[in-house]
Design a protein around this ligand. Structure first.
Ligand SMILES: NC(=O)c1ccc[n+]([C@@H]2O[C@H](COP(=O)([O-])OP(=O)(O)OC[C@H]3O[C@@H](n4cnc5c(N)ncnc54)[C@H](O)[C@@H]3O)[C@@H](O)[C@H]2O)c1
Length: 351
């Protein structure tokens, strides 16, 4: 089969999508986006390209929206753990039911490949071992459960004409137009730059696999271009073994990068000590040519340089626009989205 050419990227206006969709367009793909545009006002740096976008909720897509695509890259989701605590039903409806509905329509429309943006968080954070794709899944939050259940449902759809792939990402960092400061390295670097202090509530020993957003974009492109037999109905941890870091190391990298900042470890008894390290051998074996270009150190440097160039302030860092949970809560409180997280007719997107 020829490589896919026409690709629908859902969630293309989010943190990952606003880097990935332009990267795919630059690589020669005919890219169309689909996004509910919850975060269009949450822009830190200008968009990299103007990708034609269907402004729509994935819960209301129709078969016509899916027709003519060779592949769907499905990024659209409520993407962090605490949002599930705000309203578990939204996470289930969008991340699970919305995903299954979208995939079923894609399959019916003849879309061949479906890349699902999943997460290593589904292994839980017992800290027991290094986790790989064969490890038991132990989701601890509504968000993580939505990823586990969505993968399971997508497996049921896999057959000779529909090839889902489950891309289980580590925690992502790096500059994006739709910036998030609620992921670990982005948070630490922005905090250090705007306040001069990095206070870690734990003792800094927990592990996290981290990956740069541009490397994620390239890794998804590699999956998109892989022979179907390599990726059909397969899960891959996306990252590299050397990108597992202890929070302490990440904080030290940030302290080396941001002049004059101080780090402290508070060793609080109730601090988040959950930890997990992922193994990435399966991805490395399937994609031997692929190289993760970014290190956490390069990423902290990129963020620091961009914060300097854009004169990031503490007010920007604390602004609700860059924390997904706080922005969604704001949209709800202002009545701009309704209780089901659909834009309100009167006071919605244009407000
Ligand atoms: N950022 C990370 O560290 C990370 C790690 C692992 C997995 N992921 C996964 O990658 C994907 C993208 O993450 P992100 O960081 O870019 O998140 P994000 O919140 O920045 O972007 C998500 C995008 O999806 C859109 N969206 C949300 N609900 C929608 C709906 N019902 N209909 C249409 N569009 C909708 C939003 O408007 C937004 O543009 C998610 O599936 C997330 O779970 C992210």
């Amino acid at each position: 089969m020829n490589k896919p050419n026409r690709v629908l990227v859902t969630g293309n206006h989010g943190y990952i999508g606003s880097v990935m969709a332009p990267a795919l367009a630059r690589a020669g793909y005919d890219v169309v986006g689909l996004d509910a545009d919850y975060f269009m006002e949450c822009t830190l740096v200008p968009d990299l390209a103007n990708i034609p976008t269907i402004v729509k909720d994935i819960r209301t897509v129709t078969p016509a929206d899916l027709r003519g695509f060779d592949a769907v890259i499905h990024l659209a989701a409520l993407s962090n753990d605490p949002i599930g605590n705000l309203n578990a039903e939204w996470t289930k409806e969008i991340n699970l039911d919305g995903t299954v509905r979208l995939a079923q329509m894609a399959k019916d429309a003849g879309v061949r490949r479906f890349l699902f943006s999943s997460s290593c968080i589904m292994y839980g954070m017992s800290g027991a071992d290094t986790v790989d794709e064969t490890s038991p899944l132990a989701p601890e939050t509504e968000y993580a459960r939505s990823k586990v259940k969505a993968e399971a449902a997508l497996r049921e759809l896999a057959d000779a004409r529909f090839s889902p792939t489950y891309c289980r990402n580590g925690t992502i960092y790096g500059l994006s137009p739709r910036m998030r400061f609620d992921t670990v390295l982005n948070d630490l670097t922005a905090r250090a730059y705007t306040t001069g202090e990095v206070e870690i509530s734990s003792d800094g020993t927990p592990w996290r696999p981290v990956v740069h957003v541009q490397d994620i974009a390239r890794a998804f492109q590699a999956v998109l271009e892989a022979p179907l037999e390599v990726v059909h109905n397969e899960a891959f941890n996306i990252g590299a073994d050397k990108l597992n870091h202890q929070i302490r190391e990440l904080a030290e990298i940030v302290a080396d990068t941001v002049p004059g900042c101080r780090i402290s470890f508070k060793h609080e008894s109730g601090a988040d000590q959950r930890t997990y390290k992922a193994r990435f051998a399966k991805f490395a074996g399937a994609f031997p040519e692929f190289h993760f270009n970014w290190t956490a150190r390069d990423g902290a440097r990129e963020l620091y340089e961009s914060f300097k160039a854009n004169k990031l302030t503490a007010a920007d860092f604390n602004d609700r626009r860059f924390t997904r949970l706080r922005w969604l809560r704001h949209l709800v409180d202002d009545g701009r989205v309704n209780g089901n997280l659909f834009w309100s007719e009167a006071a919605g997107r244009a407000a």
